[in-house]
Design a binder for this molecule. Sequence first.
Ligand code: NAD
Length: 287
Amino acid sequence: MNIDGKLIAKELREKLTVEVAELKAKHGVQPLLTVIIVGDDPASHIYVKNKVKQTQEVGMISNEILLPANTTEQYLLQQLEQLNNDTSVHGILVQLPLPKHLNESAVISAINPDKDVDGFHAVNSGRLFNGESNALVPCTPQGCVLLAKHHIGEDLTGLHAVIIGRSNIVGKPVAMLFLQENCTITIAHSKTKNLDEVCKQADILVAAVGIAQFVKADWVKKGATVIDVGINRIITEDGKTRLVGDVDYDNVVTKCGAITPVPGGVGPMTIACLLKNTLVATKRYLT
Ligand code: NAD
């Protein structure tokens, strides 16, 4: 069966809409998310357009800063400093990837960790690693856990979560989150031996690899919950392009207990969790 990320994300946004209205009524504060986009990467502009739309739909204020591709690092860092000091701004997000001449890690480090709604600042990674409750947690990993819980139930204690991928934005944080849920975790990656055998042990299998239809049905334990993070574009036999995940969906769906489809699984949860982080950052600012 499918885990319907579109529906679950919609339900989360509805919940956030109510909470934003309550916050406004009680404190007269409306969460404000600023998104900085540098350059004219078409995919980034589509992502940002969706973020802006959904931010406004839940009743938050969205502020977009569009900068030309030749923006200097110094200018970008100055912009971030201003936003850090602006008390009306609760969340700051710099859309990645940045043009090559800009140092992503220096830019992310310049965001105030308490406004870092993407959760990529090393302070937030450290808080997550230490299990501190004040971490702003990366959005896609949060979405993965919410989707797994939606199918399995709130208590994941003792389940074996195998994560394929060790990136800082997906693999590592999602592993930390499943550990917090009392799962036994295995992080597999490009150097893992006998990957199929490792995957077969998973009660929860998360694929964050970036290779189309990589995870095969005979790697999946019967009844496992499969969370497919991958977004890959393939050319079909009739020459059209199609989005597929990192899991061989058509063959895995009949074997696993539940799977997130691509599109319509993890993707929609990412923006919903970004809005959740913006609300969390706003509430923390008020206390
Ligand atoms: P990445 O390239 O940074 O990391 C890929 C990971 O896969 C690496 O850790 C690598 O060790 C592992 N890997 C590569 N080849 C492997 C192999 N042959 N066997 C086992 N492991 C292997 O990618 P990422 O940023 O973590 O993203 C992963 C995927 O998730 C991509 O398809 C990306 O588009 C997608 N993604 C989706 C969302 C979303 O909102 N749905 C968000 C972020 C990323």
